[in-house]
Design a protein around this ligand. Structure first.
Ligand SMILES: Nc1ncnc2c1ncn2[C@@H]1O[C@H](COP(=O)(O)OP(=O)(O)OP(=O)(O)O)[C@@H](O)[C@H]1O
Ligand SMILES: [Mg+2]
Length: 278
């Protein structure tokens, strides 16, 4: 691990202009993008800097946040790349929210309410004409009121076309038809509301079971298999769902989504209702 990249002065100044003196804490720095939590006296902000391979991806995310209803962002360039400042979303990620469930002593009603909140956040994004394209257990934040989505680098809408840089997202949560599109060399790859719903169900499944949905071992796919071969197997439907069933009632509707053809998957709003009614 190298040094955490320095926070751009321009971003620090922008944050100070919004919320007064700030204290910075380092959150993540990988693959050319770094995030800090900037705690001020009147507000707390997230600062993200993109440099090197992350520069254009972060620039794109800043532009998405600028257009999305319900998000606020200030974007700028600095010598090494791009930065943005956006409100810090306070609350656990979906992964963290489910930690007690994974340990066997969780509040099931709370987890189901959180699941429905995450589905609604995705449903709202879809209703606004956007596809997220990179839903994962760490990309939902559960605030006191609702769930909000993070990491919108790959989001697209008819007014904001998909990026040619997108390689298909996290392999473990890629819908079979999306895996096929990526492997066919189609660029830009078009994520869809159906592939988002697959990733949404896969995210919730992962948060419940603590493991990715597909049973690679059962299909003879070892840990050293690269993303391309993994995607090819997913596209071919060659990998069964893992049989671990710590919470069968919640997993049943998720299993149905993960097994359905794209055109047969429910909408995110329908999945919210199905989970809430359990
Ligand atoms: N606005 C925010 N509010 C709260 N936390 C945030 C915010 N933005 C980012 N984070 C935190 O920083 C982490 C990294 O953010 P993000 O996923 O956008 O960056 P990334 O560089 O794309 O990371 P990765 O490549 O791992 O997906 C998030 O998982 C979350 O913990
Ligand atoms: Mg991320």
């Amino acid at each position: 691990m190298g040094e955490f990249t320095p926070c751009p002065d321009e971003a620090v100044n922008a944050a100070k202009a919004i919320c007064g003196p700030i204290t910075l804490s380092e959150i993540t720095d990988r693959r050319g993008s770094a995030v800090w939590k900037a705690t001020g006296t009147v507000a707390t902000l997230a600062i993200k800097a993109g440099y090197g391979e992350g520069e254009e991806i972060t620039a794109r995310e800043g532009a998405v946040l600028d257009q999305l209803p319900g998000y606020t962002v200030t974007v700028g360039r600095y010598a090494s790349g791009v930065w943005y400042v956006t409100p810090w979303l306070t609350g656990p990620s979906t992964w963290d929210l489910f930690k007690p469930i994974r340990h066997g002593d969780g509040d099931h009603a709370r987890a189901l309410a959180g699941s429905a909140d995450l589905c609604r956040a995705v449903a709202e994004l879809h209703a606004a004409g956007w596809v997220h394209g990179d839903l994962q257990p760490a990309h939902g934040i559960h605030t006191d009121h609702d769930a909000k989505l993070l990491d919108l680098s790959w989001a697209w809408s008819p007014m904001f076309p998909p990026s040619p840089l997108f390689q298909g997202g996290i392999t473990h949560l890629v819908a079979p038809e999306l895996a096929a599109a990526v492997e066919s060399g189609e660029r830009p790859v078009r994520t869809t509301i159906e592939s988002d719903v697959y990733a949404l169900a896969g995210t919730l499944w992962t948060c419940i079971t603590g493991r990715w949905p597909l049973d690679y071992d059962a299909a003879g796919i070892g840990p050293d298999v690269g993303p391309s071969a993994r995607r090819a197997a997913i596209a071919a439907g060659a990998i069964p769902l893992h049989s671990a069933e710590p919470w069968p009632t919640a997993q049943a509707p998720l299993r149905a989504v993960l097994r359905a053809r794209a055109q047969d998957r429910p909408r995110a709003a329908e999945l919210a209702v199905a989970l809430e009614e359990l």
